[in-house]
Structure formats: structure tokens, C-alpha cells
Design a protein around this ligand. Structure first.
Ligand code: 7TS
Length: 407
């Protein structure tokens, strides 16, 4: 299943092949953050070694060089997600900050008492709590789109919830806890039929699926650089031009202003209106290289490889007696959430850590989803392009060993 080309790709990730605690590392927590390819590491190192400078302000080579690399990333991201214009790409700290920005600058200003926001049962806390903060202050109602036992959104129930008071829907494209790929394009169309805006949490989708914001007709879409082979500290918010233009700034500070006096301050144009202060320059430059890296491989190829890996992993783990998988959606990628008999997920994680395996256990910042499945936590193995069959086989063997300990 895993071809030679793929194993060459794995060599781009120095962190993937190591011995930890005397064991071969099997990194199976890519949904939390992806490992970084050497080209991204080299670019960040180069920035700090020879090219350190602040951006947008220095009339000297170093500053102009850093500014041009920083702004080149905006162009690359704009092309990557097919944004109509580069000014619609706002750099934030990550998906979490992108949601907070829209909650504070859009929902807080344009939604009122009696309006409704729809979220799904499978949202990450960062796509729940920012809306709750605003909802409480403004008297907005939050309603939940139900899911079925396979971990799929129930579209008929969603349609029933789409009444005229719904002003905003915010849903995850790919669930971090289940791997479900939601029918976002169809959901956006249905929301637009009742004039509701749609926010897409693409944190997990961005490194697994081709995203085209115009084809989706998304009003807002957010993701984090660190889940797509780039450094931590940078994320993206895409928004439709008329919406971003209508929204007040989120934070005040340098770069986001036009003229400042103590009597009145005017604001800079997009995207700078939403980018107050010195941004994470090296991370943004690294993000540009990560986009080049993904483009060189091709998202179609990545998706098809990860589908093979998911099928292999699912069949292998399912063959373990007492193992239950959470999330068996028809459309799914790169995540296997599971439990093993009555063994607590944290016990599993600690025991298999000694076998060199890194998985995530807990509620995965999706407590309402855990409540739906009536479990406090699950184990989660998640994949990326550097994951190989050996990683999965290592997990399988370690789980068999854990089972024996508890028998
Ligand atoms: N939305 C989804 C679907 C996510 O998976 C995450 C992070 C976020 C939002 C927040 O992203 P951040 O970069 O702003 O933190 N998910 C995970 C995870 O599954 N394990 O660790 C972080």
C-alpha cells in the first residue's frame, strides 16, 4: 500500500524518524499538530540566522526582504484557497483567534437579541466558547445541529433548524475527534437560503482536502499553520470582502491604523485593519514554504494516500477484540478514535508511550461530543503524509500488549 515515493516523503520530516526512550517513535498525533518538513525548518532558521527584521516599517534591505517574504505568504495562501483577493487573507494566531475575531467583530456587532447561531454537536471548544461569550452578552440563542451514531451531521435536522432567526452557522469541515468530513458546501447553500452567514472551521481540513472558498461560497473560513506543516503561532482567517470591510477592528495597535490623534483614529485598509502589532514573522514566512511543500506533493495525492492509510488502520485496529471505534462516517479521513474494553484511555496512552507511540487521549476539546457518545475520553490516532504502515503496526502490537496486561 505504501509506495517508495511515500517513504521518500517521510525523510523530509526529521522528527518522524527517531528513537525515544529506546523505541522507534510512531508519531500518531498529527491532528494536534503536524511535524515540520526540513524546508520549513531551514527557512525559519535562515530568518533568525541572517534575515531577522521587523516588517512593514524599515527602509533597509533586511526589512524589505522580510516584508516581501511575509507578504508573499499572503499571496500563496490566497491562491491556495482560491480567495478572490489577497486582502481577504488575515493572519491571526490560529484558528482559535480567527473564531474569536469573527465572534467579536462580526457577531457582537451585527447579531442581536432573538437571533440564533447554529453549531454542531461535534465542534471543538474553540468553535463553541467564543460564540457563547457573545451570545450571553447579546441575548443570542445557540442551537445545536444533531449528529447520528456514526458521527455524521443529520442534514434533515439541520434543515429543520434553519429558521429565519438563524443569522450564523459555524461548523467544522473535518472533525478533530472523529475524522468525519462534513458536507460543508451543501450546508453553506442551505444556510444561504435563509440568509444566514457560514463560518467554516477548516483547522483539520486544510492539510487533507483541497479548499476552494469561492466554490464553497464560505463567508468565513479559518485554519492554523501548525496543522499544515508550518510553525505554531500563525493562523488564517478568510472572509468575504464586504463582510470584512463592514467589521470594526478586533484589536488596536501598530500597523492597523491610518492616522492616530487623541481626538480620533482612522484605520488601515484590509488586511492590516485586523493585524495589530508585530505579527509572528518567521512563522508566516515558514507557512509560505509549507504551502509550497503541499503544492509540490498535491492535495489529491495526499488525500488518496491518507484514505489508504485510514482503511488499513481501521481494519487492523478493528481486528482487536474489545476495540470500539468512535466515528464511522461514510466520508472520513486521517483520524481513528477508539476505546479498548474498559481500560481508561489515559492508562493506554501511558503504557504505549513506553513503546514509542504518541497518541492523544482525552476529550480532544470536544466535551459535548464525548457526552453524545457517553464516554469521558477516547484514544485518538491521527495521520499525516509521513505516517506509515509500520507506525500503525506498532500501535496494533502495543494495544495487544496492553490488553494482556489488563486481562
Ligand atoms: N478547530 C479544530 C477542528 C481543531 O482540531 C482545533 C485544534 C482547533 C479548532 C483549534 O486550533 P488552534 O490551532 O487554534 O489551537 N485541535 C487540536 C486537537 O485536536 N488536538 O490538539 C489541538
Amino acid at each position: 500500500m505504501i509506495n517508495i515515493e511515500h517513504n521518500i516523503l517521510r525523510k523530509d520530516f526529521p522528527c518522524a524518524d527517531q528513537i525515544i526512550n529506546g523505541k522507534r517513535l510512531a508519531y500518531l498525533d498529527s491532528a494536534a499538530t503536524t511535524l515540520k518538513p526540513q524546508c520549513v525548518i531551514d527557512e525559519v532558521k535562515k530568518h533568525y540566522t541572517n534575515e531577522t527584521s521587523n516588517i512593514h516599517r524599515g527602509l533597509y534591505w533586511l526589512s524589505e526582504n522580510a516584508t516581501s517574504k511575509f507578504e508573499a505568504t499572503r499571496d500563496k495562501i490566497s491562491n491556495f484557497i482560491n480567495s478572490p483577493d489577497r486582502s481577504q487573507i488575515i493572519f491571526t494566531k490560529g484558528t482559535t483567534e480567527s473564531v474569536n475575531l469573527v465572534a467579536q467583530s462580526y457577531a457582537r456587532h451585527f447579531l442581536n437579541k432573538g437571533d440564533t447561531i447554529l453549531l454542531s454537536q461535534m465542534e471543538h471548544h474553540s468553535n463553541i466558547v467564543p460564540w457563547q461569550l457573545v451570545a450571553e452578552e447579546k441575548g443570542i440563542t445557540i442551537k445545536v445541529i444533531p449528529i447520528n451514531e456514526k458521527g455524521e451531521i443529520i442534514l434533515e435536522e439541520y434543515q429543520k433548524l434553519l429558521t429565519s432567526d438563524v443569522k450564523l452557522v459555524s461548523v467544522v469541515y473535518i472533525s478533530n475527534a472523529l475524522g468525519t468530513i462534513n458536507p460543508i458546501k451543501e450546508m453553506i447553500k442551505l444556510a444561504h437560503d435563509v440568509n444566514a452567514k457560514f463560518f467554516v472551521d477548516a483547522a483539520q481540513a486544510v492539510s487533507h482536502l483541497k479548499i476552494d472558498v469561492q466554490d464553497l461560497d464560505a463567508d468565513f473560513l479559518a485554519f492554523s499553520g501548525h496543522k499544515m506543516f508550518a510553525p505554531t503561532g500563525v493562523g488564517v482567517l478568510y472572509g468575504k470582502l464586504e463582510l470584512l470591510n463592514s467589521m470594526p477592528p478586533y484589536q488596536g495597535g501598530g500597523d492597523m491604523i491610518d492616522v492616530v490623534t487623541f481626538e480620533k483614529t482612522t484605520f488601515n485598509n484590509l488586511p492590516h485593519k485586523f493585524e495589530a502589532g508585530t505579527p509572528p514573522i518567521s512563522a508566516v514566512i515558514g507557512l509560505g514554504i509549507a504551502v509550497d511543500y503541499i503544492n509540490t506533493i498535491g492535495l489529491d495525492k495526499i488525500h488518496s494516500f491518507e484514505t489508504d492509510l485510514l482503511n488499513y488502520g481501521t481494519n487492523k485496529l478493528k481486528s482487536i477484540d474489545g476495540l470500539r471505534i468512535y466515528g464511522e462516517a461514510k466520508l472520513k479521513t486521517s483520524v481513528i478514535s477508539f476505546s479498548l474494553g474498559d481500560i481508561h484511555p489515559h492508562d493506554i496512552a501511558s503504557l504505549i508511550d513506553k513503546e514509542g507511540i504518541a497518541i492523544r487521549t482525552g476529550h480532544h476539546c470536544t466535551q459535548p461530543l464525548m457526552k453524545f457518545f457517553k464516554v469521558p475520553a477516547t484514544c485518538r490516532a491521527s495521520f499525516s503524509i509521513y505516517t506509515n504502515q509500520e507506525d500503525i503496526d506498532q500501535l496494533y502490537k502495543a494495544l495487544i500488549k496492553v490488553k494482556k496486561i489488563f486481562e
